[in-house]
Each structure stands twice: as C-alpha cells, then as structure tokens.
Ligand binder design. Structure first.
Ligand code: SF4
Length: 190
C-alpha cells in the first residue's frame, strides 16, 4: 500500500526519465544557441509556468526522489501559477523540471494528421512565446530543423509510462505533489 501513485515507480525507470531529460536538453541546446538573439527566457520569467500542469507518474517520481523536503514541508506557490515557483518566479525543481518545461520559449513545431477530401494529410503547426517572436526570421520562415519538434519525446515518455502502469497513462497534477497542497481544514474558533 502506497500513499502516492508514484511511490512504487522502479528506480531504473526514474533513472531512465532523468536520462531522457538530459537527452532533451542536448537536443534543445543547439537551438538555444542558434536563437540566442530572440530568446527573452531568463530566470524570473515564469510566463509559461501555468497552474494545472500534470505529468506522468514516472516524472513525478523523479521530482519526489530529489526533493523530498520540499514536497513534505514546502509551501506551494499560490494558485494561478505553477506550485513549484518561488516568490521570485524561479523554479524550485529546475534540474528535475518535467520534460514539458524544457522546450518552452523555443520555436516549436508539431505534426498532426488531418483528413482533407477523404485523404489523410500531415499538417505542421508552429508556435513560440510572444516574447520571443522578434529578433530573427519570422516563425513561418524558419527551416524545420531550426525548431524543436514535439512528439518523439512525448511518445517515448508515454510508452515507458504505459509499460509501468499497464497502459493506464497515469498522470498527477504538479500541485498535488506537495503534502500541503490539499485545502487546509479550518478549525472552529473557540
Ligand atoms: S516545474 Fe518549474 S519550470 Fe515547470 S512550470 Fe513549474 S515552475 Fe515552471
């Protein structure tokens, strides 16, 4: 019997997630360098750190393993932004932040299959933080290799999660990792 849905994630899976994060950083690094002129991402900018983010339990297990004191005793950031932000807008789990946080700010692209006139068609979408739009070629003119392609890392994470939980794809809210995330009960004033 465990208290949290990530308590029983095997240590080799946690190590695999850690390595996946490293590889994602390695893929992102040349893009960070190439787009240095346009990227306004700095410590203290938390525009992409929205509340309500969820992660697979295998990513939650890595955070739990490295930050036991923070989760047990820390106070989550007020609702309206990610629970892991501190008062200066910095991430308190930066080294172990989830995969989804590691590509934010970069020019992003992803592919979807759509049906047109009865035929399947691959359609590309692109996005970038509004703060990073200026300072380089317009997003639509960038060559595909100048953008981070979403999809492959997500698929690998989902497959590993599925192997752990029998295909359930269990996710948890980042805010729920804090012991103090539950609404406090107010005792009656006597
Ligand atoms: S985990 Fe860190 S980087 Fe990710 S949304 Fe929360 S504060 Fe931002």
């Amino acid at each position: 019997m465990t208290d949290k849905p990530f308590d029983d994630i095997p240590s080799e899976v946690v190590a695999w997630v850690d390595r996946l994060h490293e590889v994602a950083d390695e893929v992102a690094q040349p893009l960070l360098t190439a787009h240095a002129e346009r990227l306004r991402c700095r410590a203290g900018c938390s525009d992409c750190c929205s509340d309500g983010l969820t992660v697979f339990t295998i990513e939650a297990a890595l955070i739990a393993k490295r930050h036991p004191s923070l989760l047990a005793e820390g106070i989550p950031h007020a609702e309206g932004a990610c629970a892991f932000l501190d008062d200066e807008g910095r991430c308190r789990i930066y080294a172990e932040r989830p995969y989804v946080c590691r590509t934010q700010g970069l020019p992003l692209r992803w592919l979807d299959e759509e049906e047109h006139d009865g035929a399947a068609e691959i359609v590309e979408s692109r996005d970038i933080c509004p703060k990073n739009e200026q300072g380089g070629l317009p997003l639509e003119e960038l060559p595909a290799e100048a953008l981070f392609t979403l999809g492959p890392f997500e698929q690998r994470l989902a497959a590993r999660q599925s192997a752990v939980d029998g295909g359930e794809g269990r996710r948890v809210a980042l805010r729920s990792l804090f012991a103090q995330a539950a609404p406090r009960k107010h005792l009656p004033v006597l």
